[in-house]
Structures are given as structure tokens and as C-alpha cells.
Design a binder for this molecule. Structure first.
Ligand code: SF4
Length: 178
């Protein structure tokens, strides 16, 4: 007797992005339910877990690498993920987060917290993760296996990528979509 195929362990990570790419993932609507029998979501904004798990089959990454915390997280995610997927233009090119790059992190913090501050204006030192000098696309920091472009990528495109995963199409690290 043959048992059911093991589920793919899928994670989604939200770095410096607006959440629009995750919203597009949810826009796959009832097709997500069809995937649910073959996919186990082990990490993401709606998963209550303390630490990014080990042995993840595929991780969708939304957003650019903009802070020390993003840097730490993406390195951990990469070390625990077989297939890393850059989801959306912020992850692939820097896109919106990288619009600050020409001004420098110091000028951005001054603008946001001092010039626009109205009450006890000060730059936070402890709670907000330290900004990197520039926001960078994910593949400039760690190797990326699959690129899913768009701002956000369409739900159809995301679904086709996830379907391809289940069919074993994206085991080739050079796989790209567009
Ligand atoms: S690619 Fe577009 S939708 Fe996705 S996080 Fe960036 S700005 Fe938001």
C-alpha cells in the first residue's frame, strides 16, 4: 500500500515590502485550498512560530534587504531553505525600498523622525532595526533560485510557480519566471 506523498514544507517571509506580494498570494483564493492538501505552510505572517524552521523546501521572500534585521533573517532563511524564491520587484530589484538609496540612510532617518516629527522628535536607537546604508535586492545578499517579478506578481503567476513546485519543475536552481 502506498501512502500519500509528503507535503512540501513552504515558508513565506516579509522583509522590506508593503505586504502587497503576500496579498497577491492570498488572491489565489480557492486555489490555495486545492494546494493545502499538498503544502504545509511552516512559516509566514499568519504562522505562530518563534523561530524560522529547519528543512524548509521552498521560501517565498517579499521585500528588499534594508536593515540589519533583514540581513540576519535572510541569511538564516537561506541556510534552512532548499529553494529560495524572490517574490516581487522589491525582492528582485530593490524597487520601492531602494528609492532611498540616493539620499543615504542618515538623511532618510532625519527626514522621517526629526523633520516630520511633531512631538519629542528623535531618531529611535533601540526599537527600530538599524538601517543598512542602501536597500538591496535579495540575490545581492544570498543566492536566489527562482525570480517571480511584478509589483505585485499576479495571483496567476504565483499559483503557477507553486503548482510548478508541486510538479517538481523548479528543482533546477537556474529556473526563472517572467
Ligand atoms: S513588489 Fe510591489 S507589492 Fe510587492 S512588496 Fe514591493 S511594492 Fe509591495
Amino acid at each position: 500500500m502506498t501512502g500519500a506523498a509528503p507535503k512540501i514544507r513552504l515558508a513565506t517571509v516579509w522583509l522590506d515590502g508593503c505586504s502587497g506580494c503576500h496579498m497577491s498570494l492570498l488572491d489565489t483564493d480557492e486555489r490555495l485550498i486545492a494546494l493545502a492538501s499538498r503544502v504545509q505552510v511552516v512559516w509566514g505572517p499568519l504562522v505562530d512560530a518563534k523561530e524560522f524552521p529547519r528543512d524548509v523546501d521552498a521560501t517565498l521572500v517579499e521585500g528588499a534587504i534594508s536593515s540589519e534585521e533583514d540581513l540576519h533573517r535572510i541569511k538564516l532563511v537561506r541556510s534552512r531553505t532548499k529553494l529560495l524564491i524572490s517574490l516581487g520587484d522589491c525582492a528582485i530589484t530593490g524597487n520601492v525600498p531602494a528609492m532611498r538609496n540616493r539620499f543615504g540612510a542618515g538623511a532618510v532617518l532625519r527626514r522621517a523622525y526629526l523633520e516630520n516629527g511633531t512631538l519629542d522628535a528623535q531618531i529611535p536607537r533601540d526599537i527600530v532595526p538599524a538601517l543598512l546604508p542602501v536597500a538591496r535586492p535579495v540575490h545581492e545578499v544570498v543566492p536566489v533560485d527562482v525570480f517571480v517579478p511584478g509589483c505585485p506578481p499576479s495571483a496567476d503567476l504565483i499559483f503557477s510557480v507553486l503548482s510548478g513546485l508541486l510538479e517538481g519543475k523548479h528543482s533546477n536552481p537556474a529556473a526563472k519566471f517572467g
